[in-house]
Design a protein around this ligand. Structure first.
Ligand code: NOJ
Length: 565
């Protein structure tokens, strides 16, 4: 009898837990408990290409400062500036020779302070790019390290004997082509570089390296920085036994190297100790850590959030960028996966290393409509969006057409299979004047011809432009709690053409319906299942509209609407 009583009680308790779990799913995170970076819209700036204040053909910090009003008006809350520290610029700043200064090409520390002060006045946070895996080969640490086997910084990098004369220590290849080992005749040893030879890997197993790098973050936090995007975190550690990586037989990459599985030189568990350490420092300054994390699945993504969320707040979900076609099913799968992850989602559709979204999704005919469609997607999801500069005006990837035009070294090594990343790094298109208003001097990369049709000045005047749509959606995101904090609830999951979902926050709901096809679509919804009725438009493209629970969408059309209770 007693046993039965306990059994019944257990079932009741189990039931209660189940209902409270459901209720929890329905109860969105309260806005007051959101951290600043959860409600913020981030904007990535490639400083060489954003705005050139001193007319030398390369963008700079004062150029960025001069565009803060534009960014505020667009709806940006935080700017991530790719590396602007002193650097020989072999990898355009991702080869740092001094972590605590500004490259003269971009300005001075005083210019940085001015930028930080001006950004602060507009409530715009500054995020810097912290190149954690490697330094430049011109960094004083490396110059000392290579000077002798007994130098103070020798063990700050990874030095090893070759296997034999002319033979590197193992088979690891650099992701930028060739062996990952470079022989240095001064000390007759090889050093390891996952990227270019001019980017030697730091030895993170050395506590002195950890201390020095953690101090760098403190130095910038004290100067007003609100966080870091951590470069190449996957590659921080290597197997100390230097075990050869498995090679996929019969395959060569764009550089003619064997294709390896990077089992022994990427994603080693020790990475997480470092991330926890960096996070402890970040927490003291209410800062955010964004990770360049190339994950294969959600389990890997979860590891970057850390147990109890003690590592990265925003590991970038690049899996989303691998959905390279307008496929509702694929997007649904990816969004659901990220929503089930252990931390707050981050959505990215382009950056300085990948072909712009305009070209990845565009069909060549409706590209502007498709650019708005993509904005309607990644800016209305539950999570923090990171916009890459120029996406908001529909900038196009414009790769070099000849090898001698290439600036990005990987484009020269890999030509013609790998043309490099110049195409997605071209100057921002401000207006239709000479050099698109970016600079009075010849820009470091050619301005794409599309600056005549796609530029900030003209698009600000056109209510149907890509830019106007970005502004409308971002304004909604900042003013409508369902869009910033609401739950994601997928709808009509068998529809192959229209991707639709609700964002629900308490008694408010917003419908997002995105037509990924080139034909007009009419979609019937049953909002009553979710406790709502008809939709009224908040932001639409073309003639997309709603009548009660039926939404009609233009080809590639967007309908974002408020649902009535
Ligand atoms: C990732 C950066 O995004 C890329 O531009 C750079 O070349 C590598 N890391 C090396 O730092």
């Amino acid at each position: 009898m007693r046993c039965k009583w306990w059994l019944t009680l257990s079932w009741v308790l189990l039931g209660l837990c189940f209902f409270s779990a459901c209720a929890q799913q329905q109860t969105p995170v309260k806005s007051e408990t959101q951290q600043w970076w959860q409600d913020a819209v981030f904007y990535e700036i490639y400083p060489r290409s954003f705005a050139d204040s001193n007319n030398d053909g390369v963008g700079d910090l004062n150029g960025i400062a001069s565009k803060l009003d534009y960014l505020k008006d667009l709806g940006v809350d935080a700017i991530w500036i790719t590396p602007c520290f002193p650097s020989p610029q072999v990898d355009f700043g991702y080869d740092v020779s001094d972590y605590e200064n500004i490259d003269p090409m971009y300005g001075t520390l005083a210019d940085f302070d001015h930028l930080a002060a001006e950004a602060g006045k507009r409530n715009i946070h500054i995020i810097l790019d912290f190149v954690v895996n490697h330094t430049s080969d011109q960094h004083p640490w490396f110059l000392d390290s290579k000077s002798s086997r007994t130098s103070q910084h020798r063990d700050w990098y990874i030095w090893r004997d070759g296997k034999g004369p002319g033979q590197p220590p193992n088979n690891w290849t650099s992701t930028f082509g060739g062996s990952a080992w470079k022989f240095d005749p001064t000390t007759n040893q090889y050093y390891y570089h996952y990227f270019y030879a001019a980017q030697p890997d730091l030895n993170w197993r050395n506590p002195a390296v950890q201390d020095a790098m953690f101090d760098v973050t403190r130095w910038w936090y004290k100067r007003g920085v609100s966080g870091f995007r951590l470069d190449a975190v996957d590659t921080l550690f290597e197997d100390p036994n230097l075990t050869d990586n498995p090679v996929i037989p019969g395959q060569k990459n764009a550089y003619g190297d064997p294709v390896e599985k990077n089992v022994y030189n990427t994603k080693l568990p020790e990475v997480h100790d470092v991330l926890r350490g960096l996070r402890q420092v970040a927490d003291q300054y209410h800062a955010v850590l964004i990770g360049e994390t190339w994950t294969h699945d959600i389990a890997e993504l979860n590891r970057y959030y850390g147990q109890g969320n003690n590592e990265l707040q925003l590991p970038m979900d690049f899996l989303f960028t691998t959905v390279n076609k307008l496929s509702p099913a694929e997007f649904r799968k990816q969004i659901a996966a990220v929503n089930s992850a252990a931390g707050w989602p981050t959505f990215v559709i382009s950056n300085h290393d990948i072909v712009r979204s305009y070209d990845r999704y565009g069909d060549g005919v409706h590209n502007d409509e498709i650019a708005k469609l993509m904005a309607g997607l990644y800016l209305t999801l539950r999570g923090t969006p990171i916009l890459y500069y120029g996406e908001e005006i529909g900038m196009k990837t414009t790769p070099p057409t000849r090898k001698d035009e290439v600036q990005d070294p990987i484009g020269r090594t890999g030509w013609p299979k790998e043309k490099g990343r110049d195409g997605e790094r071209t100057p921002m298109q401000w207006d239709d004047s000479v050099n698109a208003g970016f600079s009075k001097a010849k820009p470091w990369l050619p301005v794409p011809p599309t600056y005549k049709t796609h530029n900030v000045a003209d698009e600000l005047k056109d209510p149907n432009s890509v830019l106007s749509f970005y502004k409308t959606v971002l304004k909604l995101r900042h003013t409508n709690p369902a869009l910033s904090d609401g739950n994601y609830v997928p709808l009509n999951e068998n529809d192959d053409d229209v991707l639709s979902y609700l964002r629900i926050y308490n008694d408010q709901a917003v419908l997002v319906a995105l037509n990924t096809s080139g034909a007009q679509q009419q979609v019937k919804f049953d909002f009553s299942k979710n406790g709502f009725s008809s939709a009224t438009p908040l932001a639409t493209t073309g003639k997309s509209s709603a009548q009660g629970q039926v939404v009609t969408l233009d080809p590639f059309g967007v309908f974002i609407g408020q649902l009535a209770k």
